[in-house]
Design a protein around this ligand. Sequence first.
Ligand SMILES: Cc1cc2nc3c(=O)[nH]c(=O)nc-3n(C[C@H](O)[C@H](O)[C@H](O)COP(=O)(O)O)c2cc1C
Length: 209
Amino acid sequence: MKKKNMKKLLFLNACIRGEASRTLELSRFYIDGFIAGEKNAGRSWEVEEICLDSLNDLKPLDSTELALRDRLLAERNFGHKMFDHAKKIISADHVVIGAPYWDLQFPALLKIYLERCSVTGLTFIYNDEGIPEGQCRAESLMYITTSGSPIGNMNYGYDYVCGLCRLFGIPKTYFASAEGLDIIGNDAAKIMADAKVKITDVIKEIQSS
Ligand SMILES: Cc1cc2nc3c(=O)[nH]c(=O)nc-3n(C[C@H](O)[C@H](O)[C@H](O)COP(=O)(O)O)c2cc1C
């Protein structure tokens, strides 16, 4: 439940390596800077962090779950706990995804989580012309990643999330990364420091828009 007059930042933490994760370090840097900037502007936020690795009941939609979901959707019965993830993303004012670059994309747990968020009739509804209309309240989503090698034009994880944002009705997406961290000879500390500069710029951009 959201506190009155407080905006909600929803942090989807897909950093499977936990406190050792460099993506988590950048995500926390972003969230701390974002909240501080908002506080300076007189706006209060609460942060809800969802650590995907700790969600023991996070499972892909299998045949049983899909049949149950289809029945509940046909009845327009959205009270089941399987819809809680969708409701959370709908009511957030800003969404942050922290996800390492895995297999050209992101950890599968994030895909499963987003699959659970993507519910016809909740996160998006079809209008009379059959066009989906996103129902999310957030104006923007920030996606943070780190990678072993350069990502280049294979930013499939972020590209996919941008597509989902269009479906869910989140109009703006932002991206920051620290890339090439695992290449021998690269200065990982400098790459991380440069990423933090970029993140600070993104915070300024969001807060001046
Ligand atoms: C399962 C797995 C898959 C990975 N796949 C890629 C990849 O496709 N391309 C790449 O550049 N790095 C890949 N990496 C390296 C990570 O992107 C890199 O180490 C990243 O900084 C890890 O983030 P973390 O410190 O937040 O865990 C992979 C690492 C793991 C553990």
